[in-house]
Write a protein that binds this ligand. Structure first.
Ligand SMILES: NC(=O)c1ccc[n+]([C@@H]2O[C@H](COP(=O)([O-])OP(=O)(O)OC[C@H]3O[C@@H](n4cnc5c(N)ncnc54)[C@H](OP(=O)(O)O)[C@@H]3O)[C@@H](O)[C@H]2O)c1
Length: 334
């Protein structure tokens, strides 16, 4: 396993991170034995970054991870996330503090290395189930950031991050504030716009080089959805994510399966699988600190870990990919 530095936090994190999310339900629903086996295997292989959230099984993932790390006596870098509900709008700062304190209890810790806002950040506040916050809600007086800062002054959190999902304009505003230490960036072979140029009319959401923008502010970058929720694997029929709505606009699973069929040329010549090509592509970008993979079993961990240090895609493969992106996978005139 190779390690990178998570932006200006200075934390040394493994190139492959353990995603304890909802999609690969391992840390939410698998048996204790299976979870223990997976976490033990990951630690043995050098994974030292675990990403969880309240939203993953309404606290189950945090509880399970907390229990297992305690049982193993392990202390890797742990990042978790809070999801605020519409009622939090009465006072985002205090709602943030309460949510983090509850998360710490579930994790059985007094301190967490990285705390992140899970809600999307949008130009307008989003309603109901998909409650999203504006940059003002995050950065302004009585906002989320002030809650995070207060928690840091009390020694309960180390660094602050947010999910790079929502409106790119609003996300860029939060990045440009320079107040956050890390972002979880949507970046994969099927929507590389977080870190590669894409043309006008590209059918997946254009994140406007969010990865580069965040890195320029000294932020650490954790890649999410590197396997497009399973579309970029040898067994795509098993994947598809836990939500009927796509995580990122224009990237629903059926469309991603069509796009994934067009990048299968990456397999061969030393590249054993699409999964490995997808992870090695993300790791090619030096601005990326870690690639979070949603593991469903220990074989998935083994397959991801071999990508660290294995090198990137060839120049020829990258040129073919650029042609695909420039034509939106063959649907736009170049
Ligand atoms: N901040 C946010 O809002 C946010 C959003 C999404 C993700 N994340 C983070 O990123 C992590 C990863 O994201 P993700 O799970 O959504 O997407 P992902 O890593 O793109 O996809 C994970 C899925 O790919 C399949 N898979 C993994 N390794 C495989 C292998 N070697 N061979 C075949 N299939 C394989 C599994 O499908 P099966 O389960 O069907 O086997 C798994 O559920 C999450 O756990 C979370 O920590 C954060």
């Amino acid at each position: 396993m190779q390690y990178r530095i998570l932006g200006r936090t200075g934390l040394k994190v493994s190139e492959i991170g353990f995603g304890c999310g909802n999609n690969a339900v391992l840390m939410v629903r698998a048996t204790h034995e299976k979870q223990l086996e997976a976490v033990r295997r990951a630690l043995e292989l050098g994974i030292n970054y675990f990403d969880t959230a309240f939203a993953y099984g309404l606290g189950k993932s945090e509880e399970n991870l907390g229990n297992i790390l305690k049982e193993l006596g392990a202390s890797p870098v742990v990042s978790t996330k809070i999801r605020l509900e519409p009622e939090a709008a009465a006072n985002f700062e205090s709602a943030t503090m309460r949510a983090v304190e509850e998360g710490l209890k579930r994790l059985q810790r007094r301190y967490v290395d990285l705390i992140q806002l899970h809600n999307r950040v949008t130009v307008e506040r989003g309603p109901g189930k998909r409650f999203s916050l504006t940059p003002g809600d995050v950065l302004g007086p009585g906002g989320v950031l002030e809650g995070f800062k207060e928690l840091r002054s009390q020694g309960q959190v180390g660094y602050f991050g947010f999910s790079g999902l929502g409106d790119p304009k609003a996300l860029h505003e939060v990045i440009d504030s320079g107040e956050f230490h890390s972002v979880q960036a949507y970046y994969n072979l099927l929507n590389p716009s977080g870190g590669q140029p894409v043309p006008q009319g590209f059918s997946a959401l254009d994140y406007g080089r969010l990865v580069d923008r965040a890195a320029a502010k000294g932020m650490g970058i954790a890649v999410i959805r590197v396997l497009a929720a399973g579309a970029l694997t040898a067994t795509p029929e098993a994947g598809g994510g836990s939500s009927p709505e796509p995580l990122s606009p224009g990237s629903d699973y059926a469309l991603d399966l069509e796009r994934a069929a067009k990048v299968k040329f990456l397999i061969g010549g030393g590249m054993e699988s699409l999964t490995q090509a997808a992870i090695r592509f993300a790791l090619m970008k030096p601005e990326v600190s870690t690639v979070l993979v949603g593991f469903s079993n220990t074989a998935h961990i083994d397959e991801a870990v071999v990508c660290s240090g294995a090198g990137g895609l060839s120049e020829e493969a990258m040129a073919r990919l650029r042609r695909l992106w420039d034509t939106d996978f063959g649907t736009l005139n170049p």
